[in-house]
Design a protein around this ligand. Structure first.
Ligand code: FRU
Length: 488
């Protein structure tokens, strides 16, 4: 694996010509996605600023142009009319001031009458590499022009240097705006700190630390926190770091949520119970961000990074990595978040494949499986002799579903564990599976559980094996992202 010097990672992109050749090389990769947002070059991590404004969805991502490495971060801008087809718009926020000199880190968006406010963390570092995080604001005008305001506030001295990822929330009851920010206490405990203002562009002051009874000692830093209102519940979503959770291998990176009640007056989020629910049971999902649904206050749309911090992927050697998950519609059912693929995705369906006449699995497709009961084994991208592949196994005695990627030829991040199991007390009745050239997203029982994972099948892994009492439907899917070079 290539090692990068700090100078290489934090090099400023002066002109798109510096990366044009790199882009022209990577678009030929066998693993470029066809309907998932992916980086023009280099590394993509968190989704940022996901918002609907003036008839258009805006979605940005954390971007390091130079290769599959975390270095100087930009906000790259994509837009969509339907959350299915996406267009590259180029860089929106550049780390070009004193306050964000070492990166425009993650954040969120607020739609206003005639512009969108983008809140992000300016990752400032001094000469001696001491970090000072600033909370910054950019105004996005006419859907494209970015106007930087002076920073809203600097680091809070009562916490360590880990303070980032502002999520803007408007509380209708008090008429106040809040910024919830991931932080670390001086005792090295993960937490959320809250700032408030009556107006979104100025007057911000520290309101206090969010109280989350029962979660005072839960990881050493909480990244990408947000508080959403879904189906009448308050949902606190965050990524607690450096914590091991049962059933998740040696992974110390998780993205999950608590369901409960938020009291902005006392800054207390009271969870319904002590259970931290994992958002996604697959191997690659982190830093989820939600956008409010403009037509239905009970729903929100979630998108996440289909990747993990401190992990490496088979395309790293090609100088690109990462993609986003499909947007998913969120609602609460039986006191849990349900995630469903958007209806609009059906527009991507192309030819239906007759599984009586072939067992070749297209590299870009959607599969629907309706179980009539009993055990089920699916092997996606098995070899011609029927072995290998990504195994999806439903055990009707144990009432569990397991996704195991250890039998694929290209193995990676094995220390995170290669099999993930999720109990299904009511059994398995339905699967919807979205396959792109290097990813798979499995929606179990109408969104009861989701498994999102990167996979990198080789040419000799191309078969579908299905054993069990079930009907299996398969469609080719059309392309929905252009792989064009747009930077400036
Ligand atoms: C999460 C994260 C954020 C940070 C960003 C930097 O993946 O570490 O906390 O703002 O990525 O790219």
């Amino acid at each position: 694996m290539r090692t990068w010097t700090r100078e290489e990672r934090y090099r400023v992109l002066k002109s798109e010509e510096e990366i044009r050749e790199l882009h022209e090389r990577i678009v030929w990769s066998d693993y470029r996605q066809q309907y998932h947002i992916q980086p023009v070059t280099g590394l993509l991590n968190d989704p940022n600023g996901f918002v609907f404004h003036d008839g258009l969805w805006h979605l940005f991502y954390q971007w390091c142009p130079w290769g599959a490495v975390h270095g100087l971060k930009y906000w790259y801008h994509t837009v969509s009319k339907d959350l299915v087809t996406w267009k590259n718009m180029g860089v929106c926020i550049r780390p070009d001031t004193e306050y964000d000199n070492k990166g425009a880190y993650s954040g969120s968006a607020l739609p206003t009458e005639d512009s969108v406010y983008l809140y992000y963390t300016g990752n400032h570092r001094d000469e001696d590499w001491t970090r000072r995080p600033y909370t910054c604001l950019v105004e996005l005008k006419d859907g494209g022009t970015a106007l930087k305001h002076p920073p809203l506030f600097g680091p809070n001295p009562e916490y360590t240097e880990h303070q980032r990822d502002p999520k803007i929330v408007f509380d209708g009851e008090s008429g106040k705006y809040y910024l919830v920010i991931g932080a670390q206490t001086k005792e090295k405990k993960g937490c959320v700190i809250v700032y408030t203002s009556e107006t979104p562009a100025e007057g911000w002051r520290f309101a206090g630390q969010l109280k989350v009874p029962g979660f005072e000692d839960f990881g050493d830093m909480w990244e990408c926190p947000s508080i959403e209102k879904i189906s009448g519940y308050d949902v606190l979503i965050f990524c607690p770091q450096h914590l091991k959770l049962p059933g998740r291998g040696d992974s110390v990176h998780h993205n999950g949520y608590l369901l409960g009640h938020m009291d902005w007056e006392t800054l207390t989020f009271t969870p319904d119970n002590t259970h931290f629910h994992v958002l996604d049971f697959g191997f690659d999902s982190y830093a989820a961000e939600c956008a409010a649904n403009p037509n239905d206050r009970n729903k929100a749309t979630l998108v996440a990074w289909m990747g993990l911090p401190d992990a490496s992927y088979p395309t790293d050697g090609e100088d690109w990595s990462g993609c986003l998950t499909l947007p998913r519609e969120l609602r609460v059912r039986d006191r849990r978040l349900i995630q469903q693929p958007l209806d609009a995705l059906r527009a991507l369906r192309g030819k239906k494949i007759d599984l009586e006449s072939t067992d070749v699995l297209p590299r870009v497709c959607e599969m629907e499986v309706i179980s009539r009961g009993g055990d089920l084994v699916l092997r996606l991208f098995a070899k011609a002799d029927g072995t290998g592949g990504l195994c999806i196994v439903y055990d009707d005695v144990k009432k569990t579903v397991t996704v195991d990627r250890s039998n694929l030829m290209r193995r990676f991040n094995t220390e995170q564990g290669e099999a993930r199991t999720r109990p299904l007390p009511k059994g398995l009745f339905h699967l919807r599976i979205f396959i792109d050239r290097s990813s798979v997203e499995i929606f179990v029982n109408d969104g009861d559980a989701v498994f999102s994972s990167r996979i990198f099948p080789t040419a000799e892994e191309n078969r579908l094996i299905a054993n069990g009492d079930a009907s299996v439907h398969l469609w080719e899917l059309k392309r929905a992202v252009t792989d064009d070079f747009k930077v400036e």
